[in-house]
Design a protein around this ligand. Sequence first.
Ligand SMILES: [Zn+2]
Length: 456
Amino acid sequence: METWKAYQQKNKERFLDEMIDLLRIPSVSAKSDHKKDMLLCAEAVKNSLLASGADKVIIMPTNGHPVVYGEKIIDTHKPTVLVYGHYDVQPVEPLELWHSGPFEPVIKDGKVYARGSADDKGQFFMHVKALETLVKTNTMSTNIKFLIEGEEEVGSPNLGKFVSENKDLLKADVILISDSSMLSMENPSLDIGVRGLSYIEVEVTGPDRDLHSGTYGGAVANPIAILSKMIASCHDENNHITIPGFYDDVLEVSEEERALMNLAPYDENEYKQEVGVKELWGEKGYSTNERTGIRPTLEINGIWGGYMGEGAKTVLPSKATAKISARLVPDQSSAKMTKILLDYFTRQAPPYVTVKAFEHHGGEPYMTPINSKGYKAAVKAIAKTFGKIPVPVRGGGSIPICSILEKELGVKIIFMGFGLDSDNLHSPNEKYGIENFYKGIETIPWFHEYFAQNAN
Ligand SMILES: [Zn+2]
């Protein structure tokens, strides 16, 4: 529609400025000293929705950070699209690796550098500006609701309860999420699934205090060595995970789907360069795309213990700790996997140490069918603005709330992400392409248009 393009062209600088303003708010949900910033950010999201034409926006409390709900209802007989996003961001450490302040957005090489630019402020904000486009050009064909939460990066601990208590308010015909990436601007893609997550912490304790490594070394087990050994034994020589039961519920993907997946353009050298490694690593028998899409994996997210200060200190530490997570695929269950992991680490404990393990957050894997009305509308919208049919791919990340949203609201989720894997999500120097941002704003109205046509 020409009016959309004209409106967006005229307002593009302002759209970008507004997004950048949102990035200045350090809404780190994991840290209690950012509680005020979280409220400030929720307020800013509310104001942006109101300014963009939503006729009702409420900041709704939860047991954690609040949810921002907004809506523009044009006709209750028309289909309703629920947009989900999150205004919280990941912590920024290690700060010294950032080229510019994580909350002082900088534009460089056509990209906005700041924490939250791609994940997810820059992406959900495209929907806010798509709403504005539709409202201001008087071309809405669907009702639009917004559910923008503040706890995605800490596992959405309160959203399940919130959704189940507000089913009527959130009632919709499809859920649209832009919180993922596409292969590239030249090769647009749509995620058809996300992996689930189990996350645990393991603490190994040896002596009741740090000991002199000369006096006691050799006579008392070193918790760091014990923990390292337990972790190292999790993968065999084929990088297959050895934990009993780990692969039990994995839904094997058909040869046909694997062949389709592997059609997605992939350049191994580029990939290696992108992440800065000399060689790739992974489960034998699977391609890179398969390893990050259809296979469960195990990662050590952090490990510490003993002396970590400047210079040398000869201690035999009392404790060693690691944070360990698994990405899950259909039909694995997060609760079951968490139990498998906790059992594995506690049962393996040799008698000379004590192992304590406990659970952090988790989430279920999710798959969306490619024959749904929502998926078809997304394909048409992307084809319209990118001039190419998007490839279906399985995302490697996790959005734990997906399975809960579908269960509570009874509708399918469409993942229309416009970021790139190279956007440094959760890493220093997170960025989001300005072209991606504009392309998203251009594409989203078409989704609504095609969904409305299709749903009738
Ligand atoms: Zn996100």
